[in-house]
Ligand binder design. Structure first.
Ligand code: HEC
Length: 156
């Protein structure tokens, strides 16, 4: 009898560590209209840049905080209800690995804008182009970078 129990749990364990049959693509290629863009609000003038970051901060705390968290670590008050979890911008595998165009695309079109290879999964990431202007979406990217100290790839 103990052997049967042991075998049962072994089977269960074995099943849990199987890789997914069809792994989803977390960072798919953005559509052409969202490639090669640069942030028009990342300006040379320090004073204006500071103002743009401040605007971005306000946009973040009004719209993004609930999911991505007040520390930008993906731990907002709604985060626990979502699978996949909201992105953690404090993770060095996120902002430094992505281009600004990519971030602008993901913020603009959200979970619904993800291509086939990134499904099936239901991302709760909203489609911000319906709720925020282009200017606001670029400025919030400035804030993500300013707060975390991580620069998107296109800034190199
Ligand atoms: C209702 C919850 C929710 C809100 C509000 C939200 N997000 Fe998200 N976001 C998610 C989830 C869940 C993901 C992870 C799944 C995905 O990539 O679509 C995500 C992913 C992202 C990504 C992609 C990161 C990557 O690694 O590809 C970016 C960028 C992003 N969010 C920025 C924002 C910004 C900026 C705001 C505010 C304007 C915002 N999000 C508001 C839920 C949310």
């Amino acid at each position: 009898m103990p052997l049967v129990v042991w075998f049962g749990s072994y089977q269960k364990f074995n099943k849990e560590i199987q890789p997914p049959l069809d792994p989803r693509v977390i960072h798919p290629a953005p559509p052409v209209e969202f490639t090669g863009l640069y942030n028009p609000f990342n300006v040379e003038d320090k004073e204006t840049l500071r103002k743009n970051v401040a605007d971005g901060k306000e946009i973040y705390y009004r719209n993004c905080i609930f999911c991505h968290g007040d520390l930008l670590n993906g731990d907002g008050i709604y985060a626990h209800g979502f699978n996949p979890r909201p992105a953690n911008f404090q993770d060095p595998g996120v902002l430094p690995m992505l281009q600004e165009s990519f971030l602008f695309w993901r913020i603009s079109t959200g979970g619904i804008g993800l291509p086939q290879e990134s499904t099936p999964w239901s991302s709760a990431m909203p489609k911000w182009e319906d709720m925020l202007t282009d200017e606001e979406r670029w400025k919030v990217i400035l804030f993500l970078s300013d707060y975390t100290g991580f620069v998107p790839r296109s800034w190199e």
